[in-house]
Design a binder for this molecule. Sequence first.
Ligand code: ATP
Length: 574
Amino acid sequence: MKTLLRVLQYLSPHRTMVVGTFLFAGLATSFELIPPWLIKVIIDDVIQGGQTQLLVWVFLGLCAAYVLRNLCGSMRIRLNNGLEQQVVHDLHVQVFSALQRLSIRFFENRPTGEIMSRVLNDTEHMQRIFVDGLEEIITAGLTLTGIMIMMFMLNWKLALLALAPIPLLVVGAAFFTNRVHGYYRAIRKGSAELNALLQDMLAGIRETMGFNRQPYEQERFDRKSDRCRQETLKAMYLWSYYSPGMMLIGSLGGAMVLWFGTDEVLEHRLSVGELVMFISYLALFYVPINQIHSVNHMLQHALAASERVFEVLDLVPEVKDRPGAFAPATRLRGEVAFHRVGFHYRADAPILTDVTISVQAGERIALVGPSGAGKSTTLKLLMRFYDATQGTVTIDGHDIRDLPLVFLRSQIGLVQQEPFLFNGTVRENILYGDLTAGQGEVEAAAKVARAHDFIMALPEGYDTWIGERGVKLSVGQRQRVSIARVILKDPPIVMFDEATSNIDTETEVKIREALEDLTKGRTTIIIAHRLSTIHGVDRIIVVDHGRVVEDGTHETLIGHEGVYARLYDAQFQV
Ligand code: ATP
């Protein structure tokens, strides 16, 4: 109920449309109630009473009632569709914006397909509350009220008889609702898992092909799909008992009315026309009742989906602006300091311990260390993808948690280990660094990134579509496009997580040159996997098991014969 009320709150900004929908639904229903009454006039007054002159008026009245009913119905559909589409749009925008606010941990802990399923499939089911539910509930509710009034006015005893099955219908509905909600929760979860599997399989299609794992993937997919089928069938089987059962109860009510009604006619307490009129209303009465059962069925599915959407909307971002966070008036100089920083992803597994690093504005440092030592994690903390669990990180003396996130991230350019390029053109990808830049600036950035020449050699130059994640470019090309977009962003601090995959020497030289130009005059932190990359840095900081173990120039560290010297020896096999 709480979920339903919350869903309905989405209607409140569109009150005029809601009122309009109700109004036209009410009018359409009123016109719907006229024909049975006119039929009674035909039977009692025209056929049996001989007032043949009434026939033409009854005919005209019937036509008018039908025309008006359908006109109002058309207006209701129009308004209701406008309303539902508006609400669905509001919902999509809200979920998307909630996702954009969430912290990295949310995305790292959930499969992408599962998140997509919440945004698209669950909202789609949720929207059915407005698309089908609202419309049907309104019309059914109004029709029921109108018909009940007419039936009671006509014959209260028969009306009470007609209502006799209602308590049974209510008990049945409560039982069904209770059971089916759980099934639909499982169905939504299963469908999200199926989506996640599909997304994962598509992203890893090269591995699947390379390892000939199509049958394995097929089996995994079949298993999940079969589980979804079974959960869905549970709900459908329940519906297969419930829906006909409820109809049977309704029909028995109708049969009883016919029995007692015929008795009333034989006893001359009711005219034939009135009985026909009553039975016509009764036929209309069970249409909305059945509609309400169907809506209830749909509603349970939609509410299970809504709960999943609300889970996302209710999440509080782990990393967010502090109250009172304010941005300095000028751009930062780029003096970075980690002071006794500790961090863990899971409380039982510390990743960084007591890390103290200070980098002067404009200084270039390299972070080196064995795989898994915590280098990338250090960069994530500076970007506030995560917050340190101990100690402080400052830039120009400002605790980064006191700076607005948008400002902080505008001051840092990150070239990731596996740079992500969006499904679009080369130009669009470079423009990501500054959406207001012109073609001249884009080309200038690409030239500095040593990317211009290869871009010009692409079939459509800067307008070449580079595919999902930039698959149509080589690793080295992707890295240079991602350097170009950081150049366009022009931040005072640059972080470069070097690609681990091997690239040819020529490309490596180009990337190194691009990096030289990118980092000129900026505070630079390079995570170097190939120690050849660290030529030209001012200082090397060695991280091992989440601690800073060495800090100095290449020459001094080589002299120490510590972790760095070992790494160096291993790479160059001295
Ligand atoms: P590499 O040189 O191989 O890239 P690294 O020094 O950059 O390694 P990090 O990526 O910082 O290492 O990872 C440090 C540790 O944190 C690793 O043990 C890794 O398994 C763990 N880790 C990294 N990201 C996460 C995450 N999102 N959730 C949980 N643990 C993580």
